[in-house]
Design a protein around this ligand. Structure first.
Ligand SMILES: O=c1ccn([C@H]2C[C@H](O)[C@@H](COP(=O)(O)O)O2)c(=O)[nH]1
Ligand SMILES: [Zn+2]
Length: 159
């Protein structure tokens, strides 16, 4: 008889998105994303971080202050990085597992790349215009989204 407590697909892919958050240097919100084909092959992963050449130590991680001195002008979002990290050509009809509901800018890119489903873990910015706009675009485009629901057990990451 097969082992009963193996990771289901959702747990596996969200686990990879969660693991990716551990690479983020953002002190307030670490985000991870994993893009998966329809037939459950991992296409790409990403996390929120500074662009190549922009040192994590030199660029700001502040949330407040002059926009020039906050992270928001510089940080690449996890979903955007997952798209940009993909080196193949067949992202159409794929799904994305992300630890945070995508902002409007990531959502535009996801739609344009042909992503058909978003599975998210946290929607803490659901009241913002950015996420409201995301959902407006997703609804119009026929892209579905659903909250990740753990099935069997907590995902525990340890070495
Ligand atoms: O779609 C998204 C939206 C946001 N992020 C990243 C960008 C920032 O690094 C954090 C948000 O920081 P707060 O301090 O919570 O404002 O999340 C992302 O990767 N993807
Ligand atoms: Zn974004």
């Amino acid at each position: 008889m097969k082992k009963p407590d193996y990771l289901k697909w959702d747990e596996y892919f969200m686990g990879i998105a969660l693991l990716s958050t551990e690479r983020s240097k953002d002190p307030s919100t670490s985000v991870g994303a994993c893009i998966v084909s329809q037939d459950n092959k991992i296409l790409s992963v990403g996390y929120n971080g500074m662009p190549i050449g922009c040192s994590d130590d030199d660029f700001p991680w502040n949330r407040e202050g002059s926009p020039y001195d906050t992270k928001y002008f510089y940080v690449c979002h996890a979903e955007m990085n997952a798209i940009l990290n993909y080196t193949g050509t067949a992202m159409h009809d794929a799904k994305i597992y992300t630890t945070l509901f995508p902002c409007n800018e990531c959502t535009k890119a996801l739609i344009q790349k042909g992503i058909k489903e978003i599975i998210y873990m946290c929607d803490k910015y659901s009241e913002t215009d950015s996420v409201r706009a995301s959902k407006r675009m997703l609804d119009a485009s026929g892209v579905t989204y659903r909250l990740y629901e753990p099935i069997n057990k907590d995902i525990t990451l340890s070495l």
